[in-house]
Design a binder for this molecule. Sequence first.
Ligand SMILES: [Zn+2]
Length: 240
Amino acid sequence: MTTQLLFREDAYLRTASAQVAAVSERGIELDRTLFYPQGGGQAGDAGWLLRASGERVAIADTRKGDGEGRVLHVPAGGAAGLPEPGETVTLEIDWPRRHRLMRLHTALHLLSCVISAPVTGGNIVPEKARLDFDIELSQLNAAHIERATNALIAAGAATETVWITDEELDAQPELVKTMSVQPPRGAGRVRLLRIPGIDLQPCGGTHVANIAEIEGIRVLRIRSEGRRNKRVEIALSGSD
Ligand SMILES: [Zn+2]
């Protein structure tokens, strides 16, 4: 069954009710979810499912299931105490963790504009995030990258989600910056993130409503991971 992805419309939803569709050793499927399944370099969400009995089922990770639109909520414990198909549960996301992911993810959009080079990879976990660029290592200066990114964050800008058709995207291939993550095709339309005056690119991830919410970043390190992969790793400023 296809799971309705509530975070696509509102990344700030922290709780919702849903019905259990299927339970297997791989995970729990629901008719709708707040939990982002690992993808596009962004880690899957964690949180809890609350049963009517009052039991809390900890969810350690969220993954895509087999087939389009399927989402597996991976329980942290064993098979005991899992909800039954047909049961209504309350979803609760680990919000501080997800909010860090949203801030870091949106910061990578800024980084991809501060550094003018093709993006060849990326990853986001709650503690840090990175992008790889096809660029000379000598052109990457940590102090400059930090200053330029933090200046954009300090100025602030509201982010917007826009949808275009596959044909419109095909007519504008320059929109796709990330060579390693091509936008999903076939659904007839593609979701874009716009940061007015800064960035516009296909992205299915979760973003903050205003880039000011990122507060600030620092560059952890810059290193070569191969001829076409110069890696810039960042963390939120104020984090360890
Ligand atoms: Zn994004």
